[in-house]
Write a protein that binds this ligand. Structure first.
Ligand code: PGA
Ligand code: ZN
Length: 431
């Protein structure tokens, strides 16, 4: 049995140039694991706490030296000597050491860095790839491996770009490709065609935080039109579908959804979403409504849920307790999974397992502020997550995850299949 021998952390920079936490865990058998934690911009109200120093003299208050000190101090003390292979016990010990419901004392960023690095160290100790180790650590019953469908965010709006678009993400999803690599290729080719089309429209082809373009389009339907045309021109009509992340909490003001300057009720904005989904064959909408509009979510799911994935991101914040409410109230039919919203690998896997048991689909996700760490690629395969959202096929912090999936695909060969449209309620977009 390999025990945790030492834990250390470092303040590094994420893809936006802001500080984040990286940790290294060393085991008694010499095995080592390192991991880096991502950071969101359109963060949900109910996420676990990302501990920042608040010292305005460094990084405008965004330093993470306190979190780094907590890793090397209290957290290291809590986990030293524990059996590294018992990830659930290790995570429980850190949750107890923190002692708050939202990991606000030691920081979810600090705790997660150790949780992820410990999993990597255990995988190294067991001489297993990370995806195989995570599956083993939670004794998940699935025998087959399924590579996730990539949801590539190619037009950025909301808080991730200054495009002026209210909707945060316009994604393309290769639901009919024969393999993960073919699907990724379709996405990358469409991305290049889109770039040419935007340039021809005299639009900027500079990119937003997740590598998608940030053109100053006047309306959302203009964005959907150019995407539809790019898919067709690249030769993927009927094979690649559209998906949105509205991140609607960001345009929810005084009880109304302010879309293109017009204040709408949740029932009224549902009409807009319904019209878009029908016209453009959209297969998935994430956070169409605000994070505490539970009644609106239930009504929307009843109305559109049979033919559309309605994904809760800010709504659920990867939190098994909020997910349980969503399952009970039939609010949403799918959950976005972000490790740093909840702060340990164990709670993340619990959210995934509970969602899958309830018939919800899952989408494993990056954050808008990322690092070169590709942990989520392994996680997506470990849990047969169905889909992964990790940005455009542009910028290496995004490609790190897609490229890791290419490696896993090559390594597993015939032992893995591609998820294709499995994660989607109406994959043809024909509702
Ligand atoms: P965030 O955005 O990482 O800025 O929260 C991603 C998302 O909303 O899915
Ligand atoms: Zn989101």
């Amino acid at each position: 049995m390999a025990k945790i021998e030492s834990v250390r952390a470092l303040e590094i920079l994420d893809s936006r140039g802001f500080p984040t936490v990286a940790a290294t865990v060393v085991l008694s058998d010499g095995a080592e694991g390192a991991a880096a934690v991502p950071s969101g911009a359109s963060t949900g109200e109910h996420e676990a706490v990302e501990l920042r120093d608040g010292d305005k003299a460094r990084y405008f208050g965004k330093g993470v030296l306190k979190a780094v000190a907590n890793v090397g101090g209290e957290l290291a003390k809590a986990v030293k000597g524990l059996d590294a292979a018992d990830q659930a016990a290790l995570d429980a010990k850190m949750i107890a050491a923190d002692g708050t419901p939202n990991k606000g004392r030691l920081g979810a960023n600090a705790i997660l860095s150790v949780s992820m690095a410990a999993a990597r160290a255990s995988a190294a100790s067991a001489k297993l790839p990370l995806y195989a180790w995570i599956r083993k650590a939670y004794a998940a019953p699935a025998k087959n491996f399924v590579l996730p469908a990539p949801m590539l965010n190619v037009i950025n709006g909301g808080k991730h770009a200054d495009s002026g678009l209210d909707v945060q993400e316009f994604m393309i999803v290769p639901t009919e490709a024969e393999s993960f690599s073919d699907g990724l290729r379709a996405g990358a080719e469409i991305y290049q065609v889109l770039k040419k089309k935007l340039a021809a429209m005299k639009m900027t082809t500079a990119v937003g935080d997740e590598g998608g373009f940030a053109p100053r389009l006047k309306t959302h339907t203009e964005a959907l039109d150019v995407l539809t045309a790019a898919i067709a021109e690249a030769g993927y009509e009927g094979k690649v579908r559209l998906a949105l992340d509205c991140a609607a909490s960001e345009y929810y003001k005084n009880g109304k959804y302010v879309l293109e300057g017009k204040p709408l009720t949740s029932a009224e904005i549902a009409n807009t979403y319904d019209a878009w989904a029908t016209k453009y064959g959209i297969i998935s909408i994430e956070d169409p409504l605000a994070e505490d509009d539970w009644d609106g979510w239930t009504a929307l799911t009843e109305r559109l849920g049979a033919g559309l994935n309605l994904i809760g991101d800010d709504l659920f914040v990867t939190n098994p307790v909020r997910l349980a409410r969503g399952i009970k109230e039939k609010a949403a039919n799918s959950i976005l999974i972000k490790l740093n919203q909840i702060g340990t690998l164990t709670e993340t896997v619990t959210a995934i397992t509970n969602a899958q048991k309830a018939g919800f689909s899952t989408v494993i996700s990056h954050r808008s502020g990322e690092t070169e760490d590709a942990f989520i690629a392994d996680l997506a395969v470990a849990v047969n997550g169905g889909a992964i959202k990790t940005g455009a096929p542009c910028r290496s912090e995004r490609l790190a995850k897609y490229n890791r999936l290419l490696q896993i695909e090559a390594e597993l060969g015939a032992k893995a299949t591609y998820a294709k449209n499995l994660a989607f309620a109406s994959p043809s977009g024909a509702r």
